[in-house]
Design a protein around this ligand. Sequence first.
Ligand SMILES: Cc1cc2nc3c(=O)[nH]c(=O)nc-3n(C[C@H](O)[C@H](O)[C@H](O)COP(=O)(O)OP(=O)(O)OC[C@H]3O[C@@H](n4cnc5c(N)ncnc54)[C@H](O)[C@@H]3O)c2cc1C
Length: 380
Amino acid sequence: MKRSADVVIIGAGVTGAALAYELARRGIRDVLIFERKFPCSGASGRCGGGIRQQFTTPHNIRLAMEAVNRYETLSEELGVDIEFIQGGYLILAETEEEREAQRKAVALQNELGLPSRLLTPREAKEVLPLLDETTIVSATYCPTDAHANPFRVVEGYLARARERGVVLEKFTEVVDLEVKEGRIVKVRTSRGDVAPGTVVNAAGAWSREIARMAGVELPNQPIRHEIAITEPVEFFMDVMVISIHNGIYFSQTKEGQIIGGIGDPEEKPGYNISSSLGFLRRYARELLRYVPALGQLSVLRQWAGLYDVTPDAQPVLGPTPGLENFIQANGYSGHGFMIAPAVARHLADYIEKGIVSEILEKLSLERFKEEIRGEAFVVG
Ligand SMILES: Cc1cc2nc3c(=O)[nH]c(=O)nc-3n(C[C@H](O)[C@H](O)[C@H](O)COP(=O)(O)OP(=O)(O)OC[C@H]3O[C@@H](n4cnc5c(N)ncnc54)[C@H](O)[C@@H]3O)c2cc1C
């Protein structure tokens, strides 16, 4: 194993993979990725693959728009079909309060150039003909939102990064970080030590543990989210549906399977990733309320993964106060897949040129010292 590297990335999920590629593309090729298990073994290989831009704060909207812009040509750029389906996101609302929140969100999104629209229930049914429109009071729709296959995305990023010299060490766990005079001077792993230039904490729901190794406290908490996939049927929906009422999300994969899940507000923080019957019951009940015809389908598989959740449901990105070579890239709170290509660009700008973009400033670890306004729409 190498004994030093310009950049050490901890975690081979979509964040680590996208950043490694972005750095290598710019000529920063002495990059070493440590992955405790294998690529996609964390949240990236367990997620719904949704890519939305309909957020409620300007920086989240901008970051997501930037990411979609990258995703639109990513298959071509990586030479891998990432199964990008740009059928939009339909966001459902069931109360007057939710409709008002949607109206405000669309106004802000339109101001920033996002072509989202507030729809009546009847208009929503035109987007998704199988929808029972009597369940909702309104919906929003953005035709440029999308979904894709996270395995393909990570595989593509890593393949192209490794071709350019990036080294991926699988089954290699980071067990400690040695700090001296405001810098991480050693990354200790289960297979030996490495002297790093910069260290990037892209360890998903385990980022808090990694940060603690360097004496840094992150406010992140791991929260289980369950998800299920059905048998395939003829392709009938290119739109991804989510509800701000109950947190359900579902879409149809290129193979025709319906993939989706629903959060549980009672879920306690922790590393439990077991599957439950309670989730399946709740998910099926809510799914069939919106689209009764899906009751004909059988569930093939269910699984769970961990959201890495921050107090304002927004990621922690950029340099760490007091530790000049330690970069955070975590805390995605359930929407890390969708923004990964844009996050990689901002972090690469910082690593390459020392540029702290406005996005990195807004989403820095330091914000937790101040009073903060969180992201209101926390669904896939
Ligand atoms: C059920 C579910 C549905 C989701 N749906 C969506 C969605 O539709 N759209 C969306 O954008 N996001 C979604 N997400 C969130 C998304 O999956 C994550 O935000 C994203 O995958 C985070 O990627 P990551 O690379 O930062 O972390 P991860 O993919 O979790 O990768 C972190 C990696 O770090 C490794 N690691 C941890 N500790 C160590 C160590 N000590 N040493 C070495 N390696 C270590 C882990 O093994 C892991 O592979 C969903 C998540 C879940 C669980």
